[in-house]
Design a protein around this ligand. Structure first.
Ligand code: 5AD
Ligand code: SF4
Length: 445
């Protein structure tokens, strides 16, 4: 068989959820590469399959459950295949045992706080028949010396904070990722310096709430950190996510203006436009507060592209509440948005709320919201027609036979090139737009 012939061991990682998880999968890949495994696209050829799960919404969780279920057949053919399930899903109270009962053929189950022990668990599993099930509580420590195997050149992700203290009433994250803690700024800066030296062209700083970086410690503030990173020599772009509106400051807007390496793009999740709903969500701001923050941002950077997250169907959301969300979306004129139907997460405060919104009502609301967001996105795209923009080329689309990349506002652009230009800044003149993306011709810079 494939594996025996070449003796090379292969891994395949399936990632669910957000950017944070994508980067965590790079850390898992780093551990597997260290154990001399090599990545393989076809899961049936893998000696180890790792599911890096997400539990933020029920559908992400169901998706993972479905895929783990499908591996039973593969495991029956390839008995030596190690199946590992990690991340947020098993970190939830009682879920690891649940997973083990439902899928006894899963070999390793680990959580969000012990990812860096995966090597130990694999070596243990190779020695014992019994499944290795290890879930640890957050001990407040900060992971500083991960060695991710990066898979997104020319983009690189860098964690600056872990966990979250906000306890939005709908959200499971604080329960599965623990309290907020910040990495040391000197380590973050050294990591970015090294990445720039290696040729990475876009650095995205990651955290559940990056604006509160350093809170409760003697570390520098987030705007100070940004300033320091933006002063690292070399041509590269700097992005960050996610920001919480309550912590977005004028100082941050100023730093964004004064440092051209920081992209003119802010992801600022608003969730709802209704003050009643925002209160019940424990978001700690009103729609007026949010609009005031946008005004500050646009005072400094009038053309800043603002993106957001929106939830419909939160318990008790009335038609008026929903209309207020539509109004706010129009007022801010978001360049795009992630839209979600509220998903009840066991253990959160909102899970105990009454007045649940019927599915058909949520469905109707999300359709209306998506329609509005799409119309704004299209309008933003059409503003680009005839303009020349700088794209950081990040890949090649096999179907379209075109290269692709983003401009600093975060919009995806496609263009043709005779040579491989991945990792280069390319100027393109926009000929056509297509909803969310731009199509252009390469022009000389
Ligand atoms: N239901 C729906 N959406 C949620 N999000 C977080 N928790 C839930 C939930 N229980 C959304 C929020 C957040 C994004 C990452 O996911 O909009 O900003
Ligand atoms: Fe969840 Fe709110 Fe923290 Fe974001 S800020 S991770 S929505 S609790």
């Amino acid at each position: 068989m494939y594996n025996n012939l070449c003796m090379q061991k292969y891994y395949h990682i399936i990632t669910y959820g957000c950017q944070m998880n994508v980067h965590e999968s790079e850390k898992i890949a780093g551990i597997l590469e260290e154990l001399n495994y090599e990545s393989v696209d076809d899961i049936s050829k893998a000696d180890i399959a790792v599911f890096n799960t997400c539990c933020i919404r029920e559908n992400a969780e169901n998706h993972a459950f479905g895929n783990i279920g499908m591996l039973k057949k593969l495991k029956a053919v390839n008995r030596k295949m190690i199946i590992a399930v990690g991340g947020c899903l098993p970190q939830q109270m009682g879920k690891a045992e649940n997973l083990h009962e439902k899928f006894p053929y899963v070999d390793i189950i680990f959580g969000t706080h012990n990812l860096n022990k995966l090597k130990e668990y694999i070596l243990l599993k190779e020695k014992q028949k019994k499944a290795v099930i290890r879930i640890e509580d957050c001990d407040g420590s900060v992971s500083e010396d991960d060695k991710p195997f990066r898979t997104s050149y020319p983009n690189a992700w860098v964690n600056i904070t872990y966990g979250c203290n906000n306890f939005c009433s709908y959200c499971i994250v604080p329960y599965v990722r623990g309290r907020e803690r910040s990495r040391k700024s000197e380590n973050i800066i050294a990591e970015v310096e090294e990445l720039v030296k290696q040729g990475y062209k876009e650095i995205t700083l990651l955290g559940q709430n990056v604006n509160s970086y350093g809170n409760g410690t003697d570390e520098i503030t987030f705007p100070e950190l940004l300033k320091k990173i933006a002063s690292i020599e070399g041509k590269f772009r700097l992005r960050f996510m996610t920001s919480h509106p309550k912590d977005f400051s004028e100082e941050l807007a100023k730093v964004m203006l004064e440092n051209p390496k920081i992209c003119r793009n802010l992801h600022l999740p608003v969730q709802s436009g209704s003050d009643e709903v925002l209160k019940a969500m424990n978001r700690k701001y009103t729609s007026k507060d949010y609009l005031a923050k946008i005004e500050i941002l646009r005072k400094y950077i009038p053309d800043c592209a603002v993106t957001t997250d929106l939830i419909v169907g939160f318990p008790g959301e009335t038609e008026e509440d929903f209309e207020a969300t539509l109004e706010l979306v129009k007022k801010v004129n978001f360049s795009s948005a992630f839209t979600f139907v509220y998903s009840r997460r066991e253990g959160t405060v909102a899970a105990r709320m009454e007045n649940r919104i019927p599915e058909d009502v949520s469905k109707r609301r999300i359709m209306k919201l998506v329609e509005l967001v799409n119309s704004l996105t299209r309008a933003h795209s059409s503003n680009y027609e005839g303009k020349t923009v700088e794209i950081l080329c990040e890949g090649f689309d096999e179907k379209k036979r075109m290269y692709l990349g983003r401009d600093e506002y975060g919009r995806m652009g496609y263009f043709k090139s005779e040579t491989d230009v991945i990792g280069e800044f390319i100027n393109i003149k926009i000929q056509k737009t297509n909803g969310v993306s731009l199509i252009g011709d390469r022009v000389q810079g």
